[in-house]
Design a protein around this ligand. Structure first.
Ligand SMILES: Nc1nc2c(c(=O)[nH]1)N[C@H]1C(S)=C(S)[C@@H](COP(=O)(O)O)O[C@H]1N2
Ligand SMILES: [Mo]
Length: 324
């Protein structure tokens, strides 16, 4: 459940998180800047070099502001589970493979190729895409298609603020994303588990929706590699696999792009992939989920759109049984 109550209006952090270590380390920006939306300068305007504002090494602390986007029906998943139980098939299909092997990935420098239907295209550094002076924290639940979930304090910027910099044209009806692929750094891509690179896509209105986040950190720190450094999507009303990690290409396209899981098993995974307790996966129910980090028997009922009801209007014209 998403409660849009500004934190400043009296909700204490202890109401939502028992993570004392985390709270000790967090830095909260001045109240005045917390909700200002002034950072969306046009893509052409010269950006101040932000190297010193933008730590890029794993473990580096980030400056960010609180926002009203926060799950309140559940505790934060412990840090060790968030960074130790992952899906990142480029490093292997086991849940502990990413934590073990993702360190080999070079994330700095990192460039992103942007092409397709936009006025501005080319190759950009992460710092050109994300305003590290405008980072915000959002506590979102990530619900995996495998019927488990975690509550994670993400840090990032709205994806819309990233995409607007390129001034997509009216031909851009979808946006497609690809993950960096490097055989020597990613032991998993030596195996044809998926057709690499990992690909995902969103309809433009989904991408521009204020809930959609480009994350660069979690728990106050730069994203660990296993969670998708240096930047990954978080689309909180969709199954976890839509939240593509370690993005190295963004394409503005006219037609629905191919996506990795749909390509590998179209009967099981569709393009939309909205969390939907009423539509079972062909091999298991989606009506409830295991809560990671709270023991083997902790479960909760899965909510439509993972509880983010406000996105329902995006799909008023779609049959969500067919468009799964
Ligand atoms: N490039 C890439 N992105 C990916 C994946 C992957 O295998 N490769 N797995 C997805 C799946 S299935 C899930 S549930 C989430 C897991 O994110 P987390 O490990 O940060 O919790 O990442 C998604 N993004
Ligand atoms: Mo997943």
């Amino acid at each position: 459940m998403l409660i849009r109550k500004p934190l400043l209006a009296g909700v204490t952090e202890n109401d939502v998180t028992p993570q004392h270590l985390y709270l000790d380390r967090r830095k909260i920006m001045a109240v005045g800047g917390a909700f200002a939306l002034t950072g969306l300068t046009s893509a052409c305007s010269a950006q101040e070099p932000s190297a010193d504002m933008a730590p890029r090494t794993m473990g580096g602390e980030l400056n960010f502001s609180e926002t009203a986007y926060r799950v309140t029906d559940g505790d934060l998943t412990p840090h060790d589970a968030v960074t130790g139980y992952n899906n990142f098939y480029e490093f292997g299909t086991g849940k502990s493979d990413p934590a073990r092997y993702a360190e080999a990935m070079t994330t700095d420098p990192w460039s992103v190729q942007v092409d397709g239907h936009a006025e501005r295209t080319g190759t950009f550094a992460v710092e050109d895409l994300v305003d590290f002076n405008a980072l915000e924290e959002r506590i979102y639940r990530l619900r995996c298609v495998e019927a488990w979930s975690m509550v994670i304090p993400w840090i990032g910027v709205p994806l819309s603020s990233v995409l607007e910099r390129f001034r997509p044209t009216s031909d851009a009806r979808y946006v497609a994303f690809e993950t960096y692929t490097n055989r020597s750094e990613m032991r998993g891509v030596r195996f044809p588990v998926l057709d690499w690179p990992y690909r995902e896509g969103l309809r433009m209105d989904e991408a521009m929706h204020p809930l959609t986040l480009m994350a660069v950190g979690l728990y106050g720190e730069v994203l660990p590699n296993q969670n998708g450094a240096p930047m990954r999507l978080v689309v909180p009303w969709k199954y976890g696999f839509k939240s593509i990690k370690s993005i190295s290409r963004i394409r503005f396209v006219a037609d629905e792009p191919q996506t990795s899981w749909k390509q590998s098993a179209p009967r099981e995974y569709g393009f939309y992939s909205n969390v939907n307790p009423n539509r079972s996966h062909p091999r298991w129910s989606q009506s409830s989920e295991r809560i990671i980090g709270e023991g083997p028997f902790a479960r909760r009922d899965t909510q439509m759109f993972n509880g983010y009801d406000e996105v329902a209007s995006l799909y008023s014209d779609l049959d969500l049984e067919e468009n799964y």
